[in-house]
Design a protein around this ligand. Structure first.
Ligand SMILES: [Zn+2]
Length: 442
């Protein structure tokens, strides 16, 4: 009798220990790095409150951040090595006393400060670590999120976002065609096509019939380090005669057609305000991002959009012959070129029948994929497999910088303006900073 009670008492602490080593108060769900001249910020996103302490060490310079009673998600661990900035060489971590120890290895002395940002809305608490080290030689602002940044042969990441889903069916059309179903099907086909292209990787925001908030869709795109976001939709209009596919990019000016306003209204979801959804980035980063890239991002979106539209024309009737602009909230990621493809009107009998047919959806997806491939073949981002492959073939590319004009570039490379235009399928001489131009052999 005595012996039995003893054994239970002995077992109990063991059980509690075992349990507590599994269930933590908080989990590190994501770590983001933002850099601007002279400072680097890391934001550790937690699922719940956790105590932390931070202290610097020298020889070599590093900062230690201990987070007690916390665990880390495997996806964060996998991508930890991608975190760096001009002062931050890498982030290491170890499990320690039921908590986590992060070591930030530095390339120089920094002044480090940590702040806890309280949970707000659907966001958990965050620990923000600021590393101050004075002006650096580069004034370029960069944002790196955890997803892979790599070895010079990375895949171009295209995030495909089939609209609506789950409790939100989207537009309801003739022949019981539902927008959420057809856009998921087109999205899947598009992903398959793109994944079959060496150097391009497709990531879907949803691959099942589930409801996603817009914020969640842009979070997926950011975490995947997307080079492009394609949101796929179909629409219904009060007049059954309305028809035609269209491609949309964000408008900053607020100027937009009547149809644009109407569509943007249809696609708006209740969980978002009209402004740019950046509330999970801190304000400073938000401003930096907006300033630096909104305009060039939109220009690039328009260019990708016109390649997509040019290919879709072979399959679908077009609503408009050029890329349209409107204030779609889903397109408002300032650092990711984004287009919205309206595949047609399910309120129109012919288009509902088309979109209800798998064969048509496959052809449409193939045309969108072709547009994306055309654009990235002509404009491969630095460090990608496609850029590497083109260099191997001996073709040269030129990255447009401030003050360049197309005729200057032609002259400097000993090619004619016409040859340069046609090598890059340019309809006019508008170029933008950061644009990659193929330079034909002279
Ligand atoms: Zn829609």
């Amino acid at each position: 009798m005595y012996k039995k009670i003893f054994s239970i008492n002995w077992l109990l602490p063991v059980l509690i220990l075992t349990l507590s080593s599994v269930v933590h108060a908080a989990q590190v769900k994501d770590i983001r790095v933002g850099t601007q001249s002279g400072s680097t910020r890391l934001v550790f996103e937690l699922s719940g409150a956790a105590e932390h302490r931070m202290f610097p060490l020298s020889n070599p310079d590093r900062v230690v951040l201990d987070v007690s009673d916390a665990d880390i998600s495997q996806s964060v661990v996998n991508d930890l090595k991608a975190l760096s900035s001009d002062a931050l060489m890498r982030v290491r971590y170890a499990k320690r006393n039921n908590g986590l120890r992060f070591v930030l290895d530095l390339s120089q002395k920094v002044k480090a400060k940590s702040t806890v940002l309280a949970a707000s809305g659907e966001y958990g608490p965050r620990i923000m670590v600021e590393l101050e080290y004075g002006a650096s030689q580069s004034s370029t602002n960069v944002i790196k999120s955890l997803a892979s940044i790599s070895n010079g042969k990375r895949d171009i990441v295209v995030v495909i976002d089939p609209g609506h889903g789950g409790k939100d069916p989207g537009a309801l059309g003739q022949f019981k065609v539902r927008e959420k179903d057809i856009v998921l099907s087109i999205g899947r086909e598009l992903a398959d096509r793109l994944n079959a292209t060496p150097g391009i990787k497709a990531v879907m925001t949803r691959s099942t019939d589930e409801y996603l908030q817009l914020r969640e869709r842009s979070r997926i795109a950011r975490e995947a380090n997307a080079d492009l976001l394609i949101s796929v939709h179909a629409d219904a209009f009060t007049k059954p005669s309305a028809r035609g596919a269209s491609v949309w990019a964000l408008s900053l000016s607020g100027k937009t057609s009547e149809m644009g306003r109407w569509l943007a209204q249809q696609e708006k979801e209740t969980d978002l305000v009209g402004g740019i959804s950046l509330d999970d980035k801190d304000q400073l980063l938000a401003e930096v991002l907006l300033d630096m890239s909104m305009n060039s991002t939109i220009q690039m979106s328009l260019d990708i959009g016109s390649k997509v539209l040019g290919n879709m024309r072979r399959v679908a009737v077009l609503h408009k012959n050029s890329v349209q602009q409107a204030g779609f909230v889903v397109l408002k990621s300032p650092d990711i070129p984004s287009i919205l493809v309206e595949t047609g009107f399910v309120s129109n009998a012919t288009e509902a029948k088309n979109l209800g047919s798998r064969a048509y959806r496959v052809r449409l997806a193939a045309s969108i994929a072709k547009g994306v491939e055309d654009f990235f073949t002509a404009n491969p981002p630095d460090g990608t497999f496609i850029a590497w492959q083109q260099n191997q073939r001996g073709g040269s590319t030129y990255t447009v910088s401030k003050g360049d004009t197309l005729s200057d570039i032609a002259r400097r490379n000993n090619v004619t303006l016409d040859a340069l235009r046609s090598a890059n399928t340019l309809k006019n001489d508008v170029i933008w900073i950061g644009q990659k131009l193929s330079i034909p052999a002279s």
